[in-house]
Design a protein around this ligand. Structure first.
Ligand code: TXE
Length: 491
């Protein structure tokens, strides 16, 4: 399927609890970012609904065989689930791109297959990480047995609804936990479809539940629920703080937090192919219209490259035209909402008042569609305390600062608040590895930028960009606790 008609997609509305869709009258309007049209009214889970979902997950944890079945059987159900997701690509990709910022081509080429394969990746851990035997005295046997935590509360953002659901839910389920997920109220539907397919694949009802609603009501109630053993969250640093507070006050219970970023890209004058580097840098800030936690939003350039690089970036940006997410061929995404567009505009205008020079962009595209499309923008900035350098913008806005040597570049790269990712572009291996050592970032990409399908590499933040890791073995192990056992073997 290529383009599709957004008015003809049926919505799996409501919550999904214990293997059943729960339809309720909706009060939260849900809009399509491409044209701003309200296309659904979403129910908002109150305390009773959150109770019902957590109770379903608790019953499934204790009463179904999910946590106790042979781990290869758990993995097999997850692999079947991944197969069903791939077979459902027409519907799932349309559902994803209808209400989010993900163009249909990208939803088909990336989000859906990435989600299915991510589920398979985590399923493979199920029978491989059971604990370990400890080095105790010879007349004793010591073990650490890995056990699931119970009910995991998961809260996902709107920028990549399917993949973020996968990051949160797949490791929790593979480890034998059950889950209550709250997707973003702005992109609520594809997660419900995923949960429905899980049950079709043989995952017992109640193992994966979805509740809908606003963050401060439904999300907060989920974090505070005494039946929730752990919370995993992706979103803004401010909301991450609220999640942690709620978990501390009602637990404490463990949290995994993947939060904001302001990731630097260091470009040295020895890069062998400036055209290619420029394309990488442009994609790193315009992909999903910059609404990516690891967006490469701070460009640090060795001074002789400043002009030629800006020129090439402008050429790349000029090829991007706004498009409806349901049209095949759309490459440039809308911003998620008018509120997000106003946030971008406000930071850009404060940045200019503080001395940033606008080199390109700086306004919305003039479109008929009713969606909010912001032009790819470059701000040349002198001082690092400029708002566009300090604050996460979450739009296609790149700041650019020139440096004269490696030491200055590394100094500029250091951010007061964030440390999610960084990029280094150079032909000098020694310099690249020196930078890798010095950069405060959970991920460093060298001579490339952005995610691959290497699920084995964990992702997460230094500083206030987060606590714990998604992806990799680390994400799986964060869904287990270990019981120490010591057996006296003396006759
Ligand atoms: O995020 P929130 P918003 C950043 C980005 C963006 C800004 C605001 O800078 O401009 O955050 O976006 C739920 N208790 N990122 O307001 O609030 C909420 O319902 C529990 C970075 O959308 O962090 C949603 O499901 N949950 C980011 C989720 O938290 C609460 C991705 C994320 O919402 C809650 C998205 C509460 N009190 C935005 N309040 C990334 N790191 O990728 C809200 N939520």
């Amino acid at each position: 399927m290529a383009s599709f008609d957004p008015d003809r997609i049926s919505l799996p509305g409501g919550h999904y609890i214990h293997g059943r869709l729960v339809q309720e009258t909706g009060t939260l309007p849900v809009s399509r970012p491409s044209d701003g049209k309200v296309y659904a009214m979403l129910p908002s889970a109150d305390a009773g609904c959150v109770d019902a979902a957590v109770d379903s997950a608790r019953r499934a944890f204790g009463g179904s065989d999910w946590a106790r079945r042979p781990p290869r059987d758990r993995a097999r159900a997850m692999r079947r689930w991944a197969d069903l997701i791939e077979a459902d690509i027409d519907y799932l990709a349309a559902l994803e791109s209808l209400g989010s910022t993900r163009p249909i081509d990208q939803a088909r080429a990336w989000d859906v297959p990435y989600t299915a394969e991510g589920i398979r990746f985590f399923a493979e851990f199920a029978d491989k990480c059971g604990g370990e035997v400890a080095a105790t005295a010879h007349d004793h046997l010591g073990m650490q047995i890995a056990e699931p935590l119970g009910v995991v509360g998961a809260i996902a953002p709107w920028n990549f609804p399917l993949s973020m659901t996968c990051w949160k839910v797949a490791p929790a389920l593979a480890a034998g936990n059950t889950v209550v997920l709250k997707p973003s109220e702005m992109t609520p539907f594809s997660a419900v479809r995923l949960a429905t397919l899980a049950v079709e694949a043989g995952v017992p009802p109640g193992v994966f539940n979805v509740i809908q609603g606003s963050g401060p009501v439904a999300g907060e109630a989920l974090c505070r629920h005494p039946g929730v053993a752990k919370v995993t969250f992706t979103g803004s640093t401010g909301t991450g703080r609220a999640v942690m507070r709620a978990c501390a006050e009602t637990g404490p219970k463990p949290v995994t937090l993947e939060l904001g970023g302001k990731s630097p890209q260091l470009v040295f004058a020895d890069v062998p192919d400036l055209d290619r580097t420029a394309q990488t840098l442009a994609a790193a800030i315009t992909g999903n219209a910059g609404q990516v936690c690891v967006a490469g939003s701070r460009l640090l350039v060795e001074r002789p490259l400043l002009e030629p690089l800006v020129e090439r970036l402008q050429q790349c940006f000029a090829t991007l035209e706004p498009g409806l997410t349901w049209h095949a061929g759309t490459r440039f995404s809308p911003l998620i909402s008018d509120a997000q567009a106003r946030r971008v505009e406000t930071i850009v205008s404060r940045a200019r008042e503080a001395g940033a020079e606008l080199l390109t962009g700086g306004t919305r595209f003039d479109t008929e569609s009713g969606g909010c499309f912001y032009r790819p923008t470059i701000l040349q900035v002198g001082a690092s305390d400029n708002p566009a350098v300090r604050e996460e913008i979450f739009g296609p806005v790149l700041t650019i600062q020139a440096f004269d040597d490696e030491e200055e570049a590394l100094g500029l790269a250091e951010h007061e608040i964030y440390g999610l990712a960084a990029g280094v572009h150079t032909a000098d291996l020694g310099r690249a590895l020196r930078a890798v050592r010095r950069l405060s970032a959970g991920t460093v990409w060298v001579n490339r930028y952005g995610r691959s399908r290497d699920y084995i590499l964990p992702t997460g933040g230094y500083k206030r960009s987060g606590i714990g890791r998604d992806l990799g073995r680390a994400a799986y192990e964060a869904n287990l606790h270990h019981k120490s056992v010591l057996v006296d073997l003396t006759p």
